[in-house]
Design a protein around this ligand. Structure first.
Ligand code: GLA
Length: 409
């Protein structure tokens, strides 16, 4: 028998009391590419000409996103993270990029990205300096918002290093106001919850931000994926009420295709991020990614589950023997189930699932499609036990379509 974790009743009533950032953006979790986890703060272009943080890197990635199916699959934002800036503002106080690495300027880079049909994102920091030590935005918020709009920025990640924790929510609200004043639609990714922890004012995040980092940085390892997902699972009662269309919890980038995750671990990350309704922001070298990892990132079913219009974040409903299972309610009475194994005993674990024990209800049952396995879908009733094998540090993702229309009460 599955041990069912008591789950918060449905939280939507709570959200109806909170104002939401109403810029019409990020109605489904944002999808894109960001340089940080894979390319870090590499500024030595002499030694690392293809990997350094330079206009060449972002042009290369934009080319690949457009030519290799990522844009078609929904990945639309090309986001420059830290270390793009010159150490000084210009004579009028405006931010400027490092002239050696971005000789054409940011506007030209944004134009290049836009010409590919993609959108352009950039990083700054609310404090005195970025985490990498470059000029921060404090004292220049209005000017920086206008500069970003003038450059054609569509997405701003505003980090929270070197900032006063008190009043951070107000500072981010101020930045949101300046962004709105530019009249340019700009997705606003906030970081104050990651710095303030569960003490952060999450209602303020919903009110002023389209997404927000909640927790520490992802690193290139399964341990890091496990640590992040443990934290989100442990704190789901506190976190899930705030996620929905236009405003998302962000467990950080997808690291699929890099050095640290096996194939199974990559499937697990994609399954978990999809079912959590997490932003799907890749950080990988798209020029050299191996096809099996590219296929995971491009999996249409996983992306459809993640991008479901209802925007329900998955709820952890079962956790036992280092196996965790999420249920996500989808449109039209469909569901997704994501399962991850954190076991390291070197052999698959057989889990037995009864759908009605997980709260799924349909008189005729469901058609289950196994998203990452090329097997025929199966029909199951809600009361029959279903056996599923989960590889160690691997994942399973199912899409369940109802076999009968639910009776209208
Ligand atoms: C922080 C953020 C990361 C990245 C770095 C850049 O650590 O959480 O995602 O932006 O700063 O310095």
């Amino acid at each position: 028998m599955l041990k069912l974790i008591p789950v918060v009743p449905i939280f939507l009533h709570l959200l109806s009391q909170i104002d939401c950032l109403d810029n019409g953006l990020a109605l489904t979790p944002p999808m894109g590419w960001m340089h940080w986890e894979r390319f870090r703060c590499i500024t030595d272009c002499a030694t690392y000409p293809t990997d350094c943080i330079s206009e060449r890197l972002f042009r290369d990635m934009a080319d690949k996103m457009a030519s290799d199916g990522f844009l078609d699959a929904g990945y639309e934002y090309v986001i420059v993270d830290d270390c793009w800036l010159a150490m000084e503002r210009d004579s009028e106080g405006r931010l400027q990029p490092d002239p050696g690495r971005f000789p054409s300027g940011i506007k030209a880079l944004a134009d290049y990205v836009h010409a590919k049909g993609l959108k352009f994102g950039i990083y700054e920091d609310y404090g005195t300096k970025t985490c990498g030590g470059y000029p921060g935005s404090i004292d220049h918020l209005a000017l920086d918002a206008q500069t970003f709009a003038d450059w054609g920025v569509d997405y701003l990640k505003l980090d929270g290093c070197y900032a006063d924790l008190d009043g951070m929510e107000d500072g981010y609200a101020e930045m949101e106001a300046y962004l709105n004043q530019t009249r340019r639609p700009i997705v606003f990714s906030c970081s104050f919850p990651a710095y303030k922890g569960l003490n952060a004012n999450y209602s303020a995040a919903v009110e002023h931000c389209n997404l927000w980092r909640n927790y520490g940085d992802i690193q290139d390892s399964w341990d890091s994926v496990a640590k992040i997902t443990d934290w989100f699972s442990l704190n789901q009662v506190a976190l899930l009420p705030y996620a929905g269309p236009g405003h998302w919890n962000d467990p950080d980038m997808l690291i699929i295709g890099n050095y640290g995750l096996s194939y199974d671990q990559s499937v697990a990350q994609m399954a978990i991020w999809s079912v959590m309704a997490a932003p799907l922001i890749m950080s990988v070298d798209l020029r050299t990614i191996k096809p099996e990892f590219r296929d995971i990132l491009l999996n249409k079913d996983a992306i459809r589950i993640n991008q479901d219009v209802l925007g329900n974040p998955g709820v952890v409903k079962h956790e036992k023997d280092s196996i965790r299972l999420w249920v996500k309610e989808l449109v039209d009475d469909s569901y997704a189930i994501g399962i991850a194994s954190y076991r390291v005993d070197g052999k698959p674990y057989q889990l037995e699932i009864v759908l009605k024990d997980l709260g799924l209800d349909n008189e005729k049952g469901f058609l289950i499609k196994n998203v990452f396995d090329d097997v025929d879908p199966i029909s199951v009733s809600v009361s029959e036990p279903i056996k599923v094998l989960v590889n160690p540090t691997g994942g399973v993702l199912w899409e369940l379509t109802p076999l009968a229309k639910k009776k209208v009460k």
